[in-house]
Design a protein around this ligand. Structure first.
Ligand code: BGC
Length: 377
């Protein structure tokens, strides 16, 4: 009887798998409410037959929710965010948004390009952060196309005017999200410019793989394929050094528990970051899609593996979340509630000629690709 049952389950499993493989991943358009000024926000939900779905909204080309099954098949949200679009503007924390023109910091809000100095708003102490006062995260993007098939896909676009937030050149940007049946969510940013400029586009998803933010991330096992990172000063601007992670709390070359060394204040870098808030130099050749990071959440069994084309990845443990922000389901988000993995060039690259270049010329196309693959253990 037992064997017969096992055989039955197996057969059913094969049928289900077969059905899943044949079933197309779907992209469904819908609304996501309106902003306080009445502007309607649209959303596209990408779903596959394996139980994953991603909701992307037009405000900020934001990954607003990401449903992933745990090891028991329970489908829960693994990214922080808000239930209402307006909250992304009034309580900005960059939850899941597309960041631009320049993700992370530019020292003192100044950089020079071809002999001219450009001045940006300083919105993070003495520095400029995440594109200034009204970066790409607070702009309305347009849905260019949605498609179904072996992958579900949405292409969003935004045109940034010449001089917007102090940056030169009119910039045309697209963000393409696609979800396949292998539980891979791929995100690709592309941009062109009307004159030489600088840029660093990334996504700022806050991952909490426990599902619906059940537990903090301190027990997560993290791997970062990086032999070196870029140390920062007290205002989180890179000093220019590329420091070996070996022998420091920044060594995640083998899976390590996030909380194990996050309070190791003997390391000045931990003190400056209030934990982890650093750019890691991803091993291997930038421009090729290669493994960069892995998170394993032991409680749910969820695993996220990330491949990137970017030269660096910012590893940030939600150190500035202070419990005053209530997110989805009215949950207070607190320090250590999430992990951000933001692939891009290095922070403040426009002021560091020896960092991978942030420059984009007329006629060139900028591409930054990242793949988030989910599985369970
Ligand atoms: C930065 C943090 C910053 C956060 C804002 C991260 O990319 O590295 O320092 O507080 O974004 O959400």
């Amino acid at each position: 009887m037992k064997n017969a049952m096992a055989g039955h389950t197996l057969a059913l499993g094969i049928i289900l798998f077969g059905a899943g493989a044949a079933q197309a991943a779907t992209a469904t358009r819908g609304g996501f409410g309106a902003l306080a000024d009445g502007t309607k926000v649209e959303a596209v939900t990408l779903s596959n037959g394996a139980g994953m779905s991603a909701r992307i909204m037009t405000l900020g080309a934001t990954l607003q929710s990401l449903i992933v099954p745990d090891r028991g098949g329970r489908k829960e949200d693994v990214v922080l965010g808000y239930d209402k679009a307006q909250d992304y503007l009034t309580r900005p924390n960059y939850f899941g948004v597309s960041v631009g023109r320049y993700a992370n910091r530019i020292a003192k809000g100044k950089f020079a390009l071809d002999g001219k100095t450009y001045t940006l708003a300083t919105n993070d102490g003495p520095n400029s952060l995440h594109g200034g006062l009204k970066g790409f995260d607070k702009r309305m993007w347009k849905i260019e196309s949605v498609s179904n098939g072996s992958e579900a896909k949405v292409v969003l676009s935004y045109v940034s005017a010449d001089g917007e937030e102090g940056f030169p050149g009119e910039m045309k940007v697209t963000a393409t999200y696609s979800l396949n049946e292998q539980n891979e969510l791929k995100l690709e940013y592309r941009a062109t410019t009307s004159k030489p400029t600088v840029l660093n586009l990334t996504n700022h998803a806050y991952f909490n793989l426990s599902g619906n933010d059940t537990r903090d991330v301190m027990g997560n096992l993290v791997t970062l394929n990086a032999e070196r990172f870029t140390p920062v000063d007290a205002t989180l601007i890179p000093t220019g050094e590329r420091r070996a992670v070996a022998g420091t709390p920044f060594d995640f070359r083998k899976p390590a528990v996030v909380g194990a060394r996050i309070r190791d204040t003997r390391d000045q870098q931990i003190r400056y970051g209030r934990g982890y808030d650093h750019n890691f130099i991803v091993d291997g050749a930038a421009g090729t899609l290669r493994p960069a990071a892995r998170i394993e959440e032991p409680g749910s069994g969820r695993v996220l593996e990330m491949r990137v084309t970017a030269p660096g990845i910012q590893f940030y443990t939600g150190n500035f979340l202070d419990g005053t922000f209530f997110g989805k389901n009215n949950r207070a988000y607190r320090q250590g509630d999430a992990i951000c993995l933001e692939p891009g060039t290095f922070p403040d690259a426009p002021n560091h000629p020896d960092f991978p270049s942030a420059r984009l010329n007329l006629g060139q196309t900028y591409v930054n690709t990242m793949v988030y693959k989910f599985s369970t253990k």
